[in-house]
Design a protein around this ligand. Structure first.
Ligand SMILES: CC(C)(COP(=O)(O)OP(=O)(O)OC[C@H]1O[C@@H](n2cnc3c(N)ncnc32)[C@H](O)[C@@H]1OP(=O)(O)O)[C@@H](O)C(=O)NCCC(=O)NCCS
Length: 181
């Protein structure tokens, strides 16, 4: 059965498989054999990083930023990991420019089956229930990612503006808002 759940040890073997097939925890940073081995060798450490995230975050330019509280959910079929979706509980200066409230990714072998659309819909429901302070959420998408733009638009995303991508020189990004209430 397809479900959005808190990441747990039962999903870790499949998560490592996903990393090996090209799934990346960060759309701006590819995994390496070393980063995959770190997860494979210590799955409990990764679960701690996800479910009880540190207070700082390494930004794409390598600098250290303050991490906004976030909720990470995994989309699974039984113990099989299919994808992840993150909700940042509020924006800061960095996330207002790029990142927004919600980000998601689907493992390569599971793409094109509606999973990202379902994960985003599920996280919007989660936000409606658990984060009543959020009237609306912002999402950013690289204009070179039409599949993700479609996912956002299918979930009610309204294009606010297009901006130069702050981390990828030459790329443009779209900022969308989705009303929650
Ligand atoms: C983008 C991504 C999340 C999409 O996941 P997915 O599970 O394949 O998405 P879905 O199947 O729910 O929906 C994709 C939609 O885009 C459409 N689509 C796919 N490729 C497309 C393209 N090149 N141009 C336009 N639309 C496209 C699909 O037809 C589908 O729309 P439909 O349901 O109306 O047919 C996935 O490719 C991914 O994880 N990429 C790497 C990480 C990433 O880019 N994350 C998003 C950052 S903003």
């Amino acid at each position: 059965m397809l479900r959005l759940v808190r990441p747990a040890m039962a999903h870790m073997a499949s998560f490592v498989d996903a990393l090996c097939e090209g799934y990346s925890r960060d759309t701006l940073r590819e995994e390496t054999p070393a980063s995959i081995a770190q997860v494979a060798d210590n799955p409990a450490w990764l679960l701690g990083q996800i479910n009880d995230a540190p207070l700082t975050i390494v930004l794409p330019d390598g600098s250290l930023g303050k991490r906004v509280p976030e909720t990470a959910l995994w989309y699974v079929d039984g113990d099989e990991f299919l994808g992840s979706v993150h909700l940042r509980h509020h924006l800061n200066e960095v996330l207002e420019q790029w990142g927004g409230h919600i980000g998601y990714a689907v493992r390569p072998s599971a793409q094109g089956r509606g999973h990202a659309s379902a994960m985003l819909a599920g996280m919007l429901d989660h936000a409606r229930v658990h984060h009543p302070q959020l009237e609306r959420v912002m999402l950013t998408v690289n204009l070179k990612n039409p599949a993700s733009m479609r996912v956002v638009e299918k979930n009610g995303g309204v294009l606010a503006d297009s901006i130069p991508h702050p981390w990828v020189p030459g790329d443009m990004g779209a900022r969308y808002w989705i009303a929650l209430r």
